[in-house]
Design a protein around this ligand. Structure first.
Ligand code: ATP
Ligand code: MG
Length: 394
């Protein structure tokens, strides 16, 4: 074996470690094609007995035919290879046509995976025939393909397991959060009501007012919590209908800021609002999104100023909502918009982890997008992109 061939085999034998198995296979076949000519290849897999093989990967290496068409003529040989478990070759009986593509030379190799069977099919249009000397190389390629597929299957199962574990953890956290969230306002309401009702004590008017104000505030808190839970359940099941009307986002944001100022006097809010033509949106639901973002900024970035900007980019309206608070550590960002997710270690701050989930669902119902940019110590900025007309977005 010369040095070049040795190097080639070494590279071909190096383990496939990439996360993206399709990229691994692309690299493998580019390398393989230097020594083993083929026009096209397809990988078929079958799960269980009796089902039909499915193309999981196809590559057109040359001669301009599209991948799907190539993969479909490999079906018959793939079936044969899978049922026999043997290397199979099909050559055209005789020259039938001047069109090379009508005379495919096919080589099918079995793919042995622990719980699946499959076939790797190579094609040469109009020849040349596959030779016995080329078989070890084709077999080595098939072993690599089987490894890459198996690694991918294992990786997918692992991801699914992690997601299931994460969901179970969220449910557990939710039960803990929700019991705390329901308990504490109810505890206040019950405590202050019992005090007011005591027959052995008389409360002066001012104290009565104070207790009633607490009861009122805590009842509001409970109502919001229950609304949040109902909204999130309706949004999750797709049962919340949107009432799309022309909405001027600049006016809506200005009104909201006024209302928030009414409730939080010292809050510094900077507005950079372009004057934009109306968009089709549901005012009540959009206000709910902005309310949630205000609520979060006030809760998690206390004392920080809030900057809200509105811009136009093509047929999109872009709203950014930024605070200069503590920010969010990067490991939590992928989960922020999930139901019940709260960054751990802030349980002194009340919340259910539903606010951002609701925001995301409402923005999606407008065919928009919501994302976050944040870094510890650098503040948090939410970005909402809304299309001019939700119905024209694909
Ligand atoms: P809810 O909104 O249902 O009352 P919540 O505020 O905990 O509860 P979300 O609004 O979904 O839930 O927010 C999820 C988590 O994201 C919060 O618990 C908080 O940790 C983090 N977060 C959200 N906004 C900010 C922000 N502006 N700055 C820092 N952390 C934030
Ligand atoms: Mg919130």
């Amino acid at each position: 074996m010369d040095d070049e061939t040795l190097d080639f085999f070494t590279r071909l034998s190096s383990p496939i470690v990439r996360d993206d198995w399709k990229k691994s296979l692309n690299a493998l076949f580019v390398l393989l094609r230097r020594k083993f000519v083929f026009d096209n290849l397809a990988i078929y897999l079958v799960e269980g007995t009796g089902s039909t093989p499915e193309v999981v990967y196809a590559r057109a290496a040359g001669r301009g035919r599209n991948k799907e068409a190539e993969a479909s003529w490999g079906e018959e040989i793939a079936n044969q290879v899978i049922s026999s478990g043997k290397v199979t070759e099909v050559t055209p009986v005789k020259k039938l046509s001047t069109d090379r593509t009508a005379m495919p030379h096919l080589l099918g190799l079995p793919l042995i995976l622990p719980e699946r069977r499959g076939a790797l099919v190579f094609v040469r249009f109009g020849g040349p025939k596959f030779t016995p000397e080329q078989m070890p190389l084709a077999t080595l390629a098939a072993t690599h393909v089987a490894n890459a597929l198996e690694q991918n299957i294992l990786r997918e199962s692992l991801t699914q397991l992690e997601h299931a574990r994460h969901r179970a953890q969220l449910q557990d956290d939710f039960i803990a959060t929700i019991s705390h969230e329901l308990h504490s306002p109810l505890g206040f309401i019950k405590g202050y009501t019992t005090s007011l009702l005591r027959s052995d004590t008389t409360w002066d008017k001012a104290t009565q007012q104070e207790f009633l104000a607490i009861i009122d505030e805590e009842s509001d808190h409970l109502l919001t919590l229950i609304d949040h839970m109902l909204d999130s359940a309706r949004l999750q099941s797709g049962n919340m209908s949107m009432d799309f009307q022309p909405v001027r986002l600049d006016s809506l944001l200005r009104d909201m800021v006024q209302r928030v100022h009414g409730r939080h006097e010292g809050l510094e809010i900077i507005l950079n609002l372009a004057s934009v033509p109306p968009i089709q949106a549901d005012t009540v639901r959009l206000s709910q999104v902005f309310d949630n973002l205000f609520d979060n900024a006030i809760k998690y970035a206390p004392g920080s100023k809030i900057t809200i900007s509105l811009q136009v980019k093509d047929s999109w309206r872009i709203i950014t909502f930024a605070d200069m608070g503590p920010g969010i550590p990067p490991e939590h960002i992928p989960f922020l918009f999930e139901r019940f997710y709260r960054v751990p270690g802030q349980f002194s701050k009340s919340g259910t982890g539903l606010g951002l989930f609701i925001c995301k669902q409402i923005v999606h119902a407008h065919h928009g997008r919501i994302s976050v940019k944040t870094a510890p110590g650098k503040g948090t900025a939410f970005r909402i992109e809304l299309p001019l007309r939700p119905e024209i977005v694909e």
